[in-house]
Design a protein around this ligand. Structure first.
Ligand code: CDT
Length: 306
């Protein structure tokens, strides 16, 4: 039997600073229903999908605003609706959100939810880009390294949706290790939500290459690891900052099979044959046969020893 998973990459347009959770959840539910109507079993939302991308502001003067962007429960009172909708539609979802734990730790996290509304797995972002301190000379901040801790759990995979599914978030997609660690656990589909401003303050020469780099890293990650990759953006101009849209669904061949046409809320749908992964995992990228891990020692050396 063919293991075909119909996925909806549920791209979001901008979320304004003063937009409440209820309004955002309305938009997410609308996309889930659209996914259900299109026959999707799984709908994937972006990184930090419940709020505006708040790391663009230095918020030390307004700590209550900063705290308001985090979820202390998942599901919580305002997100329960998503889980109820998943169960009633029979559509699973992947959702990025800011997590504040009961111990006071803050992570840039995601959750994978099955079609019955049960949580399959949680992920805390490993690669945190940006900076820790206020840099007023930038046109906007990227304070992920101030507002989140580095995820301590690494990259896992989960048996779900009749396949092997992994999660990553935004900057993770630029690092080959992200895909490879999951591929070594047999991953067949990697879900990646992102918020990527077009302007990169440390080196603006990269600005015109954002779209190219987005394709480059996700297509390479898919092909080199024989896996589906689902990239889902929060795009468009949000609070004056333009972010890349270009959500896409990439096959294990590295080919883009579906891509967003807008920079707004949009569902990008494709049928993903999970057995397509075998073509690559059992041939050119037969890891057991061809990898030479004893040649790759430097990759796992602590940074300080290099
Ligand atoms: N959210 C996120 O990780 N964004 C980064 C922006 C570049 S680093 C300032 C990214 O890798 O797309």
């Amino acid at each position: 039997m063919v293991r075909s998973l119909r996925i909806g990459a549920a791209q979001l347009g901008p979320i304004a600073r003063d937009t409440g959770r209820d309004e955002v959840v309305d938009r997410l539910v609308a996309l889930m229903r659209q996914g259900s109507d299109a026959g999707c079993q799984l709908v994937a939302f972006p990184e930090l999908a419940l709020t505006t991308f708040f790391p663009r502001w230095y918020l030390d003067d307004v700590p209550e605003e900063l705290d308001s962007y985090y979820e202390t429960e998942m599901p919580g009172p305002q997100t329960q609706r998503l889980f109820d909708e998943a169960q009633s539609l029979g559509v699973g979802f992947y959702l990025g959100y800011a997590e504040l734990t009961s111990d006071g730790q803050r992570y840039n996290s995601s959750v994978l939810v099955e079609r019955d509304g049960s949580i399959v797995g949680r992920y805390r972002k490993v690669h945190l880009p940006g900076h820790e301190e206020h840099e007023p000379d930038r046109p906007f901040q990227h304070l992920e390294r101030r507002y989140f801790e580095e995820g301590p759990d690494g990259f896992s995979v989960w048996e779900a949706f009749d396949g092997i599914i992994g999660m990553a978030l935004c900057n993770d997609r630029r690092w080959p290790e992200t895909y490879r660690v999951m591929a070594l656990q047999g991953v067949e589909m990697v879900l990646i939500g992102y918020n990527t401003p077009l302007h990169y303050a440390p080196d603006p020469s990269q600005n015109p290459l954002q779209s190219f780099h987005n394709r480059l890293v996700m297509q390479a990650g898919a092909y080199q690891n024989g896996t589906w990759v689902i990239g889902v953006a929060k795009g468009g101009v949000e609070e004056g900052v333009e972010s890349l849209a270009q959500s896409m669904i990439i096959a294990p061949s590295g080919q883009v099979v579906a891509e967003a046409e807008t920079t707004d809320d949009e569902l990008v749908v494709a049928d993903c044959d999970l057995d397509w992964c075998k073509h690559y995992k059992d041939t050119l990228f037969d890891f057991n046969r061809y990898r030479r891990p004893e040649m790759y020692n430097l990759i796992t050396q602590p940074k300080s020893e290099l």
